[in-house]
Design a protein around this ligand. Structure first.
Ligand SMILES: Nc1ncnc2c1ncn2[C@@H]1O[C@H](COP(=O)(O)OP(=O)(O)OP(=O)(O)O)[C@@H](O)[C@H]1O
Length: 229
């Protein structure tokens, strides 16, 4: 019997903004259990590819599939059970976090949005806060009252709350000090191994890329095709 394919794939994706085409027939596959690095010039479309893979940005042509099944639509048009299989961690936690929410509510929000019982939400938030190293006094604060590193830890906890099969990290550790960067990277690596998650890693730090990625795909500047090697 052949095993079911387990990967998040962009097939010949063309995408852009208005009349600007940023990605031209780009294909990329992230298998469960592997960490794929994505390299390319600044402005070359790496973040755009992340948004397409995360079902946040609709491609002009091409498609995204999960485990071999094409996904149609983006955001809330995608069924909960499908879209919660993918999580994204962005470079700037401040841009990603609702400033009105406490860190507890920020982490809990994706589970509440999918109507999980409150006792389960509280238990999961406590587990994840411990995992990412957030103490209870920090959890009651709002984003303006914590550091970038503490807020990124909360965003990581929020990203993991649905136990995603695919985690897309877009320069996720770029703004962090060395010790927070190492801790966030360790939490992601541990999650990737225990959950057999597929991870996409974008970083401008070549040493981090070499240490962390199992293989690297290049988003070529000429034709914007992600060449895998
Ligand atoms: N929301 C947007 N609206 C309009 N244009 C955008 C938007 N986001 C990105 N772009 C443009 O799309 C192109 C690709 O940007 P993108 O952020 O995907 O590249 P990148 O490879 O991630 O860059 P960097 O390495 O500098 O972060 C750039 O020219 C950028 O200005």
């Amino acid at each position: 019997m052949t095993a079911a394919p387990a990967h998040l794939t962009a097939h010949e994706v063309t995408a852009g903004y208005g009349r600007q085409v940023v990605l031209d027939r780009v294909s990329l596959r992230i298998a469960r259990g592997e960490t794929v690095g994505l390299r390319g010039p600044s402005g070359g479309g790496k973040s755009t590819l992340v948004r397409v893979l995360a079902l946040l940005h609709r491609p002009i042509h091409g498609q995204v599939s999960i485990d071999g099944t094409p996904v149609t639509g983006t955001r809330y048009a995608v069924p909960v059970a499908v879209r919660t299989r993918i999580a994204v961690l962005f470079q700037s936690p401040r841009a990603a976090a609702d400033p009105r929410l406490s860190l507890t509510d920020l982490i809990a929000e994706p589970l509440r949005a999918t109507r999980h019982p409150e006792h389960e939400v509280r238990q999961r938030v406590a587990e994840l806060a411990e995992l990412v190293g957030l103490t209870s006094d920090l959890l009651t604060r709002r984003p303006h009252a914590v550091s970038d590193g503490q807020l990124q830890r909360a965003c990581l906890a929020r990203g993991l709350i649905h136990r995603p099969d695919y985690l897309l990290c877009d320069e996720a550790t770029a703004m962090l000090d060395a010790s927070t960067q190492a801790h966030v990277a360790a939490v992601i690596t541990d999650y990737q191994q225990t959950h057999r998650a597929g991870v996409l890693l974008i970083t401008h730090d070549p040493a981090l890329m070499t240490r962390w990625a199992d293989r690297v795909a290049d988003l070529a500047p000429t034709d914007n095709s992600a060449q895998q090697r």
